[in-house]
Design a protein around this ligand. Structure first.
Ligand code: GDP
Length: 300
């Protein structure tokens, strides 16, 4: 995966240096852990996460956990793989559906993170799984946002609920509530609420998102984050966690070639699972997130 290309190469070089060695000495392990630490930091993985990760790798590599079927170098690779799966959230976490439909999914995140695009992707994917999603245009901040969602809805073949034109600046809380009533009447079983973002973390935006959250009582609040935002990822994620308290994360733009390590930190620092990954601008460039698959792509 392009975003992790450099990290993949660096880890591969580290492991190559271990190949052909017999039993690894503590000095070998320390050297390896130092290289892994540098590779992760250079990829923008947050310092706390790097410390936790390398601490675990070192402890396990030095310990007497021995898999007889593997040589020492392979054992280190296996440990790194398992620890990567760990920071990515461990088990796959699927989208949760409500017992009594409609399931309400709210999207939150900075402007440009990819929320509106994701709304379309999610709607198309859900429709393909036999659901009857309704997209809700509750981003009334950006002049073109409602229109953009309508375009995306049309491409996805999914209905969009939007405020009436000319209805003043609009009230996103009211639009969201009306949309849920509409969904119940028209038997849409999933409601996807697209909310407004700003370029940076902003108190008004956060309050609006929190108000929408309170009004619609969502089953999932997905924090959408651009994998290319670098070191800001952790601070942004923490601000959204405090401001709206999300239930899951969506990583977008994993097709980019920037360092994606910060995005690797988000699940670990917030304790919230990554549920989907977005890998392009097209509506099909989207997949449920599997920590195991992502780890093996990184170590490929
Ligand atoms: P929003 O402001 O959060 O609603 O963000 P948008 O959905 O409008 O997306 C912002 C820009 O990022 C648009 O140009 C999208 O086409 C683009 N975009 C969204 N997701 C992805 C992705 O996974 N990969 C790439 N390369 N571009 C994306």
């Amino acid at each position: 995966m392009a975003t992790f290309g450099n990290l993949t190469d660096r880890l591969a070089d580290t492991f190559k240096n271990l190949r052909g060695k017999g039993k690894l000495s503590p000095a070998d392990i320390d050297g390896t852990v130092r290289e892994i630490r540098r590779a992760l930091l250079d990829a923008d993985v947050a310092l706390d996460v790097v410390k936790l990760f390398t601490g675990n790798v070192r402890e396990r590599a030095l310990g007497d956990e021995v898999n007889k079927a593997l040589n020492p170098a392979q054992q280190v690779v296996q440990i790194v793989n398992e620890e990567l799966i760990g920071i990515l959230g461990g088990e796959q976490r699927r989208l949760q559906f409500a017992k009594n439909p409609p399931t309400v999914i709210m999207l939150a995140g900075l402007q440009g993170a990819g929320k509106t695009t994701l709304a379309g992707k999610l709607a198309k994917w859900l429709a393909g799984e036999g659901h009857t999603p309704l997209l809700v245009a509750a981003d009334l901040q950006r002049p073109n946002a409602v229109n953009q969602l309508q375009v995306v809805g049309e491409q996805a073949g999914v209905q969009v609920f939007a405020p009436e034109p000319g209805n003043g600046v609009g009230n996103p809380v009211k639009v969201s509530k009306d949309a849920i009533k509409f969904a119940k009447d028209k038997l849409h079983d999933v409601v996807i609420v697209d909310t407004a973002g700003r370029l940076g973390v902003d108190a008004d935006m956060m309050k609006q998102a929190a108000d929408i959250r309170k009004a619609v009582d969502p089953d999932e609040v997905l924090f959408v984050i651009d994998a290319m935002i670098g070191q800001d990822a952790v601070a942004t994620a923490k601000a959204f966690q405090e401001g709206v308290d999300f239930t899951g994360v969506v990583l977008t733009k994993l097709d980019g070639d920037a360092r994606g390590g910060a995005a690797l930190s988000v699940a670990s620092v917030t304790g919230r699972p990554i549920i989907f990954a977005s890998t392009g601008e097209g509506l099909d460039d989207f997949e449920p997130f599997h920590p195991e698959r992502m780890a093996s792509r990184i170590l490929d």
